[in-house]
Write a protein that binds this ligand. Sequence first.
Ligand code: PLP
Length: 403
Amino acid sequence: MDWRSLDEQYIVSTYKRLPIAIAKGEGNYLYDTNGKSYLDLFTGLAVNVLGHSHPRVLRALHEQGDLFLHISNVFLNQPAIRLAQRLVENTIAGKVFFTNSGAEATESAIKLIHKWTKTDGAGREGIVVLRNSFHGRTLGAVRLTRQAHVYQDFPQPAFPVYELDAEDTEGLRAICREAKPAAVLMEPVLGSGGVVPLTESFLREVETICREEGMLFAMDEIQTGMGRTGKLFAYQHAGVTPDLILFAKGVGGGLPLGGVIAGTKLMNQFKPGDHGTTFAPSPLSAALGNAVMDELLDPDFSSSVAEVIEYLWSGLEDLRSRLPEQLQALRGKGMMVGIPLSVTPEEASRLQSNLLEEGILVDVTQKTIVRLLPPLTLTKEDVDHFLAVFARQLKTSSPAQEA
Ligand SMILES: *Cc1c(COP(=O)(O)O)cnc(C)c1O
């Protein structure tokens, strides 16, 4: 069967595909239809937090699958209630609204913030976001996504959006002198914007400005959450307290699930009928989410993740000192790594193909930034394996070149 041409014939071509078909996943590896194995440092875009076929996740899949798959929101949903409780208990005081995806989490955030402007936030309007941010591709979310190739000339909902540079607290103060935004929404580490971590001091200062001005302080943790940066959510490194947390990607253990944790200022804004969705929260997704939480909240697991994170970063730093010309910068946090290469987009794409050829799957974002989103179950052997192959590929790739 020629899957590639059938794909081209029947599926709208919005995605650039890699030339392999996956037959199965096991642990930190994927296997293609020819039986070739790939170390998965992409994890379906930060979704497969525990790698593939994790026993805890599979057990939850079978147990819940035997009971029921869908019941709708007219009934109590036990797996979802339990997951919401654990999300709240490990973050901020508040309540959860569940969605099926990240973009819908952003839509829910926009509606919640809007509701708040009609009550406690009277006189305030609009949302401050960062240049190069990514918050999703539905029309509301795309308004907050400040990447021109994403927002293009699609129709835009009318609420005001203010664009700020990362680390520019003066810029935020300037916006607040001119206007009265209702909220600031930021990714603690800009993901598709190039793996740019915000400094803890910037996050703390933004929180302070939000408190002074009476604005809501919201974190998009869709990519950075579920343990990715070494804490359950990345904002926790900075010791700040958001009013609103967006989550998705890893939270459903591989199945679609997202949502927001609405803090005390927002948790009672939605009344019955104000917002809703047919599918979310899928009991099956929520059951898998609980299995992921069981693992993430296990202190033995988090200490072994911390150890591998340290091992990964010291290995990367070591590689950078050995190959200073090819590896000029490294950035990210925990299991979220960005490696900007001074090569052309074609060369970056060739490097990705060569790594794939050698059995290692990495992502490339912003055309020339290698992005690693490994599973939290990554081992030191996996790190050694990646670094050895990556070093070899970097040495053979063409030298730095002006674009
Ligand atoms: C992926 C992502 C989204 C959108 O999530 P979807 O499930 O693809 O709609 C929003 N914000 C961030 C930070 C993301 O990484």
